[in-house]
Design a protein around this ligand. Structure first.
Ligand SMILES: [Zn+2]
Length: 253
């Protein structure tokens, strides 16, 4: 099921395909959403980074942490209190706690939400090209198995709106790094100049998820580009600076 904050629901109504990275009937106990530039808003939903917040009644506890384009994973395996602080940087937050919304903020990077339907755990992952090279998504999924049990074949992965293969251009050092760390890069790279090319980040994440044993039909992709759709998304690359980021999240209900 897709859970979206009210303003996002409103904005996204005519854009149903955008919400299609849904976990569907997989698990009635998981809610998730991918935000747009229209909401849910930072201040309203997540407040200060690193401080556990109680937001609206729908989100009893909200966790949003500083992201560093690294591969550190924050594990939340105990009940949290409002006001509690997590002040380091993490690019994935996983939890087995009910009614604890874990979030990720993105502009062109890929927000990835993971749910284990068998054991009851979820994760929110921030994956840019560096995170993908670090294998942040498979690392987060493996950490969910290690800490909470379960099996990747029961996992669902939703890959949200990000800079798409139509627009996301990288240069030689990035291409080389991705080729080295993610073999699939060779087939999703389209040359745009002598030293530049377009890369499909979402496809790389889907490939990494499959390599981990996650079923193809459990991998859901939002086919929307943050750089093309200025009406819906902030884009660091398009706008040249950070005007804002989208908030996405997942929660065991
Ligand atoms: Zn595009």
């Amino acid at each position: 099921m897709v859970l979206v904050a009210e303003d996002v629901t409103y904005r996204m109504k005519p854009l149903v395909p955008l919400t299609s990275a849904s976990f569907g009937k997989m698990n009635r106990h998981v809610s998730h959403f991918f935000g747009t530039r229209h909401g849910p808003y930072h201040g309203g939903l997540i407040g200060n980074r690193g401080t556990v917040k109680a937001a609206e009644p729908d989100y009893p506890l909200v966790v949003s942490v500083r992201q560093e384009h690294g591969s550190e994973i924050l594990v939340l395996d105990r009940p949290l209190k409002v006001g509690e602080q997590f002040l380091d940087g993490w690019d994935a937050v996983i939890t087995n706690q009910l009614k604890t919304l874990v979030t990720v903020r993105t502009a062109d990077c890929v927000p990835v939400l993971i749910a284990d339907s068998s054991r009851g755990s979820v994760g929110a992952v921030h994956a840019g090209w560096r995170g993908i090279a670090h294998g942040i998504v498979p690392k987060a999924a493996r950490k969910m198995v290690e800490r909470f049990g379960g099996d990747p074949t029961a996992f669902h992965v939703a890959i949200g709106p990000s800079a798409g293969p139509c627009c996301y251009e990288v240069d030689a050092p990035v291409i080389e790094q991705l080729m080295l760390d993610v073999p699939r890069s060779a087939t999703v790279f389209k040359r745009t100049g002598p030293e530049t090319g377009h890369v499909d980040l979402k496809e790389l994440i889907a490939w990494q998820a499959k390599s981990l044993g996650i079923r193809q039909d459990h991998i859901h992709v939002v086919d929307a580009c943050t750089m093309c759709r200025s009406d819906l998304f902030f884009s660091y690359r398009r706008e040249g600076r950070v005007h804002g980021t989208m908030v996405s999240g997942i929660m065991l209900t």
